[in-house]
Design a protein around this ligand. Structure first.
Ligand code: NAD
Length: 386
């Protein structure tokens, strides 16, 4: 048989009585190069939104920059740093042009850079307010790391700047984009396990000097750094704002790390429904990143709950028939928290919807943080006005 380049098969003899037309003995199997009319061609993806990352420290370099690789709507287009050599290396590694590297002095020139849609503030807490307000005034949307700022007044000024600029301001509470914590939020809203009576949480770690977390001037301290996760999770589980807090703090005399910020703080928050949250946070223990919600018909346990990866969720449910308990471990496909958060913030801009973690949430947490500090400084229970 002559080799024509296309596979050729002999036609099968037609079955007797079959209405099928018999094929010629030599049949071309490859179709002609014509595009069928029903062929579905996807639209080109919309332009990814350009992020400028401000502050190239541990979180920015180890978590945020790599997360852009997993984003659908976000890409890194600019860097802002006080260290030109480091910034140049990071820019080269992420294909960011030299002209898109700014420092803290010429930062306001981002107003003239149309590639930048969003500024992500990853600086020490004491610098969040200044750079958020400057970025909003430059006409950019802002995603700001937690804690939003170092005082309620600063948080309110940031929110006002967002309103005046007509730009979105989101606080980087990544767990509001994380599937297991979202599942917990939904169950708690639906009352799946009944009335919530108790929330307990620990978010603790060891912090070695030098670290921005140990400096009062830079807005350090365990409550704003790690305790804030428990404060925020208590809100999304209990679904209310606390009405009072009682807190104690420990400043060890013999450890120079804790001259300016406490080593450990424990606090009890009470809620209008009668639910109570008991939380501790520390810079001087092994890592603990958990919460437990006890309800009248079951319980929820996340351990770890606040880590970047490997979160684990377990529930216990009272079975009506025999009053015994059913324990389940819930598995959901995990996502990169930072990629999900950046994409989520972009979606709110693209669709012009409410940001999932708005400035008002950041301010509500700052109000609780201020009350915790007042309580451990005065030794008294402090009422919290929302
Ligand atoms: P870091 O100390 O590693 O980085 C801070 C960066 O700010 C550094 O690049 C430093 O050079 C720069 N900087 C600018 N001015 C400075 C000054 N005057 N003093 C010190 N540093 C200065 O800190 P980090 O762990 O990357 O934390 C940065 C922010 O991110 C904080 O607000 C922190 O609360 C937040 N954070 C959030 C998460 C999260 O899971 N969402 C995790 C870690 C940190």
């Amino acid at each position: 048989m002559k080799n024509t380049g296309s596979p050729v098969i002999p036609a099968a003899p037609a079955a007797s009585g079959s209405s099928k037309k018999s094929l010629p003995r030599e049949t071309e199997l490859a179709p002609p190069d014509l595009q069928p009319q029903e062929l579905k061609i996807e639209d080109a993806p919309a332009r990814r939104m350009g992020f400028a990352i401000v502050g190239l420290g541990k979180l920015a370099l180890e978590e945020i920059m790599p997360a852009f690789g997993e984003c659908e709507h976000a890409k890194a287009v600019a860097l802002v740093s006080g260290h030109p050599e480091k910034a140049a290396r990071v820019a080269a590694a992420h294909q960011i042009s030299e002209g898109s590297v700014y420092d803290y002095e010429n930062f306001d020139r981002i107003a003239d850079d149309p590639a930048i849609d969003i500024v992500y503030i990853v600086l020490p807490n004491s610098m969040h307010a200044e750079f958020t307000i400057r970025a909003l005034k430059a006409g950019k949307h802002v995603l700001c790391e937690k804690p939003m700022a170092v005082s309620v007044e600063e948080g309110q000024a940031m929110a006002r700047a967002g309103r005046e600029a007509g730009k979105k301001l989101g606080i980087a509470y990544r767990l509001h984009y994380e599937p297991l914590n979202l599942k917990v939020m939904k169950w708690c809203q639906e009352g799946k396990f009944g009335r919530i009576r108790s929330f307990t949480s620990s978010n603790c770690q060891t912090v070695e000097a030098p670290n921005i977390r140990l400096s009062h001037a830079l807005g350090g301290g365990p409550v704003g750094d790690t305790g804030i996760y428990s404060i925020n999770a208590a809100r999304y589980c209990i679904g209310e704002e606390p009405v009072s807090v009682t807190a104690v703090a420990h400043f060890p005399d013999d450890d120079p790390r804790f001259k300016e910020v406490p080593e450990s703080v424990s606090f009890i928050l009470t809620y209008p429904s009668g639910a109570i949250a008991t939380c501790d946070t520390s810079f001087g223990t092994i890592e603990a990143r958990r919460y437990q919600v006890l309800c009248d018909k079951g319980s929820i346990e996340m351990d770890p709950a606040f880590s970047y990866r490997g979160l684990k969720l377990k529930t216990k449910e009272l079975l009506e028939e025999d009053e015994s308990s059913d324990i389940s471990e819930i598995n959901l496909r995990q996502k990169n928290h930072f990629a999900a958060q950046m994409d989520g913030f972009c979606r709110a801009i693209i669709d012009d919807t409410e940001v999932v973690t708005p400035a008002s949430m950041g301010i509500a947490d700052l109000r609780i943080i201020a009350a915790i500090q007042e309580s451990y400084e005065t030794g008294k229970m402090v009422k919290i006005d929302s």
